[in-house]
Design a protein around this ligand. Sequence first.
Ligand code: ARE
Ligand code: CA
Length: 578
Amino acid sequence: MLLESIFHQPYGSFAFPIDGHTLRIRIRAKKGDVEQVTVLHGDRYQPIEHDVPLRMKKVASDDLFDYFSCDLPSKTRRIRYTFYLEANGSGVWYGDKGIANERVAVGDFQFPFINEQDLFEVPEWVKKGIVYQIFPERFANGNTKNDPENVEPWGGKPTPHNFFGGDLEGMIEKLPYLDDLGVNVIYMTPVFESPSNHKYNTTDYYKIDPHFGDLDTVKKLVKESHKRGIKVIFDAVFNHCGYDFFAFQDVVKNGEKSKYKDWFYIESFPIVTEPHPNYETFANDVWTMPKLKTSNPEVKEYLLNVARYWIEEAGIDGWRLDVANEVDHDFWRAFRKVVREANPEALIIGEIWHDSAPWLEGDQYDSVMNYLFREAIFDFFARRNIGVSTLDARLAKARMKYRDQANYAMFNLIDSHDTERFLTSVGEKEELLRLAALFQMTYIGMPMVYYGTEIGMTGKNDPDCRKTFVWDEKEQNRDLFDYYKKLIQIRKSNLELTHGDVETVLIDEINQVYAFARNYEGKSAVVVINSLQKEQEVEIPVAKKTGKVKDLLTKETYPVKDGKVKVKLTGYQGVILK
Ligand code: ARE
Ligand code: CA
């Protein structure tokens, strides 16, 4: 046993309560090294003779490590536990003091008390969420009267600065379309007043951009969406504002005398934008986006009021947080309180492209836009530079970084307004997009469909990925749309896919076939993916010993023999066996 690789800590993603009386724990060991892990647990104030042993289950493996997990029930909520790890007929104890051959020598890990206030609570509806991301300027033009002056004809080529007239009325008009597709959450990029087409440089946080609509249009959009069981998520751009934001304009005009000068990071006065802005901005030198100083209590209060206002006034169901990891933790903790007070069912999703664990401890966001998922899927299906074992390892690693509450609430995307479109990434090989979509729609977390991906829209990076939606059905890929619709239907009607855990079932590196199961309350659905162009027959272990399973996509049934199913997959075929 490689002792150096054994790891646990009684907090973070290694020990987290999943409810008021249950602690979920994880332990890590060298891959393939440890055969069995038992945890002995009890109340902190009771003698160890009363300890209860529990066998831990191997729940994931990444490139280097295996992860074992189990749930410790506790009546008193005061928990103490010690591990016993076995391999090759011998065992070691592992506790607070380290690893040793005697239990007395290692002590216990302690989870002092499961306090209600510390629980990581994510709204229940999230598990069933299927998100549709809209870039409002390009989705649908429902009112040509509010179009910007220099509007270009729908269908034109997007540039960083041009306009096509999309708006909120367009979204309202197209709700039946979204309903038909089956999505139940809309996440839209910013809609507040701003001179740009993307509106990430906010002029007025309290005003809907007049080219998009007004307060009444938003209210109507939310109301009509809710009628159809669709939630609405706004974009919170709180890392920076726009150059025209009143407070920044005050600094531009009054320089050092401005009472807003401490709302920003200003290097010198007067404000200049050329050759470099003399103030902190988003990214490098994006002069249109001055960075806000959220450590300033006035700024904090201002933005928190904005967050509350749109929930109370328009009834939105949550916020997606722009450049979330560059804003301080203290701000986000206060933000969570304000948002949850205004609507206990509101969702908070950060935009972070990398490891997001520090923000997902239960006191800040519910989850993030899952770019770790996107990158793994992209490398596997598009870049094709990793095989099934690395795909599995990358996904497992991402899951083990986080508490499960966050895993169920991830925005699992394959493309967005900041990336090239997936169909373009795979060289317009529709089969690969279909496989990636199947993956997304059956994996743990909320699938997020970027507007138009479901009808076969293409596009390179920003701004090309922001083309106007193709509404002429003759120009849409209707087969692809029907396929998406079917996948969504399947996800919605099988609890394993929304509520189940993830278990790797097959990693066939030679044939590049991958299978994973989603298990829930004794039932499971197994997803099998043939990532190669050739037809292949594979044998898949399933939960039952005999009987048959059905592919939820084609309705084809397969007999189960000794707990295994033989499936013939055509090139790039995926099945969902249940
Ligand atoms: C413009 C240009 C881009 C250029 C960018 C930066 O069009 O080609 O890269 O400026 O100079 C909004 C608009 C963009 C606009 C930008 C600036 O939508 O069109 O881009 O404003 O005017 C990082 C951040 C992440 C951020 C991305 C874009 O961490 O938060 O960069 N995403 C959000 C939104 C954007 C929005 C903004 C932030 C600004 O979703 O739409 O841009 O409000 C790696 C890094 C990531 C990096 C990622 C993408 O993986 O590790 O940290 O994300 O690449 O670059
Ligand atoms: Ca319009």
